[in-house]
Design a protein around this ligand. Structure first.
Ligand code: G
Ligand code: G
Ligand code: MN
Ligand code: NA
Length: 253
């Protein structure tokens, strides 16, 4: 399709960029990481959402080179920040299920870590439950990544093909509660029962629990009370350009 051809060209001509959204400690406000999010600035159509073009990239397998570029760009940027004296905890990168079916993923990541001289614990890979539908393939890849020292995060938890089995069988570091749960937290006791249980379960499993899509201070207070230690959302910051990361996070340091 036209958009597919456009995406290929965008990749080659540098129309793709990364934005970064801070991940924050609910109690102290300290930034504990940033999530890299892909942006496509089309010369005529304007900004196209990754929700639109990632599925296209997955169908056409373009996600393999694009995903590799995202990993490299995120690691290069994190290295640059370290060199300037700014330690932002980690950089989290979204990994598509198509990338995860590729047995070369650990090798690709190893090479990027070497090139950028980055310790593996600075990198967190965000996978969704759809990645892991093919668990026979996925678990050995996860273990290999884990062995390397890279961190693993289960994104959008609670939606889609949620299974509690994943929490038990996958070598995870982090659980991200999907934003749909946060957005309804003040609507009903049922919503609260579900979110409270996810937080408790994550804490019991010694996972870092991050709430996504936090937009109000009421939502943040709720999470603090329930011992959800980390959050991400417009309340602290939208996803921002690397220049704005410098402006927002490095000021006064
Ligand atoms: O800001 P937001 O519109 O960025 O993202 C929309 C969706 O696109 C989210 O589900 C997000 O995980 C996904 N996404 C954003 N960047 C990337 C990326 O680099 N790789 C993959 N696979 N998904 C991404
Ligand atoms: O699926 P994933 O969690 O990787 O993608 C994160 C998506 O959530 C991105 O589209 C990002 O722009 C969006 N997002 C981040 N914070 C908020 C928020 O506070 N509210 C809403 N509505 N969306 C958010
Ligand atoms: Mn994510
Ligand atoms: Na999510």
């Amino acid at each position: 399709t036209l958009l597919e051809i456009g995406l290929q060209q965008a990749h080659e001509s540098g129309e793709l960029t990364l934005y970064y959204q801070p991940q924050v400690n609910t109690n102290t406000g300290e930034v504990i990481g940033v999530e890299a999010l892909l942006r496509w600035e089309h010369s005529e159509l304007g900004r196209i959402s990754p929700a639109e073009f990632i599925p296209l990239a997955e169908e056409s397998k373009l996600i393999i080179p694009i995903g590799e570029w995202v990993l490299k760009e995120a690691c290069k940027q994190f290295r640059e920040w370290l060199d300037e004296g700014y330690e932002l905890g980690h950089v989290a990168v979204n990994i598509s299920s198509v990338q995860f079916q590729n047995r070369e993923l650990p090798e690709v990541i190893g090479k990027i870590l070497e090139e950028t001289q980055l310790l593996p614990e600075y990198v967190e890979l965000e996978i969704t439950e759809s990645v892991v539908q093919n668990t026979k393939e996925a678990i050995p890849i996860m273990e290999e990544l884990k062995q390397m020292g890279v961190k693993l995060s289960l994104d959008d938890f609670g939606t889609g093909y949620s299974s509690l089995k994943y929490l038990k069988d996958f070598p995870l570091d982090t659980l991200k509660i999907d934003k749909s749960f946060i957005q309804t937290v003040h609507e009903s006791e049922k919503d609260q029962a579900v979110i409270d249980t996810i937080i408790k379960m994550g804490n019991r499993l010694a996972l870092n629990v991050i709430a996504e899509g936090v937009e109000t201070s009421g939502q943040l207070d709720y999470l603090k009370e329930r011992q959800c230690l980390y959050y991400q959302g417009f309340l602290f910051s939208k996803p921002i350009s690397k220049e704005d990361v410098q402006r927002l996070l490095f000021k006064g340091r």
